[in-house]
Design a binder for this molecule. Sequence first.
Ligand code: HSE
Length: 407
Amino acid sequence: MVKIAILGYGVVGSGVAEVLQMNQAQIAKRAGENIEVKYVMDLRDLSGDPAEKLLVKDFTIIENDPEVTIVVESIGGETIAYDFAKRALLSGKSVCTPNKALMAKYGAELLALAAEKGVALLFEASVGGGIPLIRPFNDALLTDEIETVSGILNGTSNYILTEMSENGTSYAQALKNAQELGYAEQDPTADVGGFDACRKLSILLSLATGKQVDYEEILTEGIDKISTEDFIFASELGFTLKQIVNGRICKNGVEAITAPFLVPLGHPMSTVNEAYNAAWVKCKAADNVMLYGSGAGKYPTASAVISNIVDAVGAKYTSFVWSAEKMPVLPSDAYVKSKVIRVSCDNPSELLKSVKAEKSITLEKYPNFAAWLTAPQTETETAAVIAEVKKLPGFKSVEQVLRVFSE
Ligand code: HSE
């Protein structure tokens, strides 16, 4: 019998307890032993919940109990979670966590500690929710040379964008739905602001390079300024709109960005909808690999955490190469992307005669908007184009500038 403790009994923590109960026989068969939750730690009293009888409020009880060999850290964040994860490892317990904030900030340090203590630190659910992603990435793809790592890695923002685009749902209503469905973080700022996806990108790039890629250095933009018109103009130009992470491994650093991107219709990433996630990885030999599945939510995330618990029980995991040495994020001017620029003006057809466009459109429904697709260009070049456009007769305002996805 393996005894575990669950820290944080929110959406994921309670999901882990439920799925352990629900799939007990199958899990025991895979692990070779029964797995029992001995403690649940939470700030609340959990009155009436079956976990009430397992509730402890003091981490030292768990830390000092030699019977507990695995700790599930599902508190979230990077403060208390870091303290407890570190203390669990120091006391010789394996840690399984879906916590991307913890791993993005302290991954290198905690992995080194786990190796020193001869225990596991496993974080399958930290990127891509229920998708088996970290394991194939670390085990299979890293035997190849990874060139680019892209993806849709935030279920909440992908759900919101899909709802806005497919069903005309307002941004506010779609966000409320995402919260009710258990996709969004308690404070959804990290979801809609791109910071959650950016941390996930930093984890994948740190694994891909074996060095620490600091998420704070990644250019990050959220979906909060996306409007209905953006979807309409995107579709007319042959794109869909997605919150994308985009990383390229270069000799002297990584290019890395998290932002709303236009994805060409027909690209496999354009079909990733609702709370589904996908990682799109380009390798030297394997070429393009897409890992796709449920990216958020109670049970998909719990399933990934439990797969880690089973791995920890059987010590069936490969080691991670992720040192504290920094891998620099290259200046944002390194991103060469086509852009779709949309401006408001008096006479769109007239204004479009003066811009350098690969493709341009005006729409009858929006008599004051002009939109065009530029050739691939740097951020500085785009800023220069916009500065010139602002001088054109009839120009009123820049409504939107969106990058076009390319590996
Ligand atoms: N809030 C996260 C998301 C949960 O929406 O993707 C999974 O990490």
